[in-house]
Design a protein around this ligand. Structure first.
Ligand code: 2HA
Ligand code: ZN
Length: 275
């Protein structure tokens, strides 16, 4: 299905994120996935060119808030490294049907295939973040950054522990993710259990760490979603470097300093995690 939608401005942002994640080394083989809730004004020029008679598939859950929404998503088994060269084959545009429980592919996947294996997790994540942020969150991104994955072998899998350790690693972390990060234990990817656990965390956090697997992030646009992942992974890299040369820190940012920082930048830091 040849379609101009993959040359649109929002598609350019989508494709650019895939390429940046690939360049960072976060998408070995077919690892990772991305979805974007398309704005009404962005889909409008393409509505007549979409194929809206294709196979109807179940999402596996009912998400009434998403009824009638269109999403651009990566394809199952597709490689992020191929997205830039062949977006029509690697990506799909899907439409959520009015019942909120079914979707169909309306553009893309030109050589066949299905949307990402993590589609239920993405759509449930959109539903949760959209509700928690008055609709501002439109992007959900999953990748496999090595340092953050490494941390999940060394620290207790608790929101407060990961949040505080990451915040301490770089002064701008608490400004960029003042709520902290959520952490879920190891679970089978693509399943209902990881979707439910992630979505529970997404009621509070934009970034959820998947133990021994990767990160699942939400944001308003491509830049700030990628920026959030990048910031968390850079903090994790510093943590691994520090841990590689010493058992414990000689000094760090104190609770009072965190509070001072939050005040100076006008962010609502989750200070419960600082004790
Ligand atoms: O391979 O990353 O979590 C896609 C994934 C599943
Ligand atoms: Zn994954």
């Amino acid at each position: 299905m040849k379609n101009g939608i993959f040359e649109s401005e929002f598609a350019k942002g989508f494709i650019n994120l895939c390429e940046m994640g690939w360049q960072k080394g976060w998408h070995e083989r077919n690892g990772g996935n991305l979805s974007y809730r398309i704005k009404k004004e962005e889909i409008a020029p393409y509505l007549d060119s979409l194929c809206r008679t294709g196979e109807i598939c179940g999402i596996g859950v009912t998400l009434p808030h998403l009824a009638g929404e269109f999403f651009m998503v990566t394809g199952s088994g597709k490689y992020m490294s191929n997205v830039k060269g062949d977006p029509e084959n690697c990506l799909a545009v899907i439409e959520i049907l009015p019942d909120g429980g079914h979707f169909r592919t309306v553009a893309g996947l030109s050589a066949g295939g299905r949307p990402t294996s993590e589609l239920p997790t993405h759509l449930m994540g959109h539903d949760a973040r959209m509700s928690a942020t008055d609709g501002s969150r439109r992007v959900i991104y999953h990748c496999h950054p090595a340092n953050l994955i490494a941390m999940t072998f060394l620290l207790p899998l608790e929101d407060r522990v990961f949040s505080k350790e990451l915040w301490e690693m770089m002064t701008e972390c608490p400004i960029i993710f003042p709520a902290g990060v959520g952490v879920v234990k190891w679970m089978v990817p693509g399943g209902a259990e990881i979707a439910r656990a992630s979505v529970e965390k997404m009621k509070t956090f934009d970034a959820v760490v998947w133990a021994h697997h990767g990160i699942f992030c939400a944001g308003d646009d491509f830049d700030n979603t990628f920026g959030l992942c990048h910031t968390v992974e850079k903090a994790a890299e510093i943590w691994i470097k520090v841990r590689s040369v010493a058992e414990s820190k000689r000094q760090t940012i104190t609770k009072d300093e965190f509070v001072e920082l939050a005040k100076a930048f006008g962010v609502e830091l989750n200070t419960d995690f600082l004790d």
